[in-house]
Write a protein that binds this ligand. Structure first.
Ligand SMILES: [Zn+2]
Length: 162
């Protein structure tokens, strides 16, 4: 029901959808199984374009601008954001499944503990609601089966209470 997501086996990450020359270089880095930090010395407009693409595609990466030389360098570091998000959702799924199971188990235990009392009282309420007022001697005592069993339970009970 809940399959635990696995972390990326290597540094490969989903590329951005744009296909200009700068994005092609960014994607070569994102899809590289070994590179984890990419450096893109570009003018402001082109850096902003790459940043916008990374943001838009929710890439598994953080970035910063290094201002020690001209042009400035966009430094992109890969991370595991989408894996962590999927793993968080998986944890919620597991906790929910455990709660549902525990609830089902508790109800089964409760039913067992109350056993016949529980069934009888539930049945009596249903019978009283479903059947017209009892007519003495009409319920066949010899037959067995769910509907006549209900009727028997009712007629037996009604003898005590009527
Ligand atoms: Zn582009």
């Amino acid at each position: 029901m809940c399959d635990e997501p696995l972390p990326a086996l290597d540094a490969r990450r989903t590329p951005v959808p744009h296909s200009c020359e700068d994005c092609a270089r960014l994607n070569a880095f994102l899809e590289s199984p070994t590179e984890r930090v990419g450096r893109f010395p570009l003018n402001e407009k082109r850096r902003f374009h790459l940043e916008a693409e990374l943001r838009f595609s929710q890439a598994d990466a953080l970035w910063t601008t290094q201002r020690d030389a001209s042009p400035y360098t966009l430094v992109v570091s890969k991370n595991d954001t989408s894996y962590r998000k999927r793993h968080g959702e998986w944890t919620k799924c597991v906790v929910h499944a455990e709660l549902v199971l525990r609830e089902a188990f508790d109800q089964a235990t409760l039913r067992e503990l109350l056993a016949e009392q529980f069934d009888d009282s539930m049945q009596m309420r249903m019978v009283r609601r479903a059947l017209p007022p009892p007519v003495q001697g009409m319920a066949p005592e010899s037959k067995r089966g769910p509907p006549t069993h209900l009727a028997q339970a009712h007629s037996k009970q009604s003898r005590h209470f009527d």
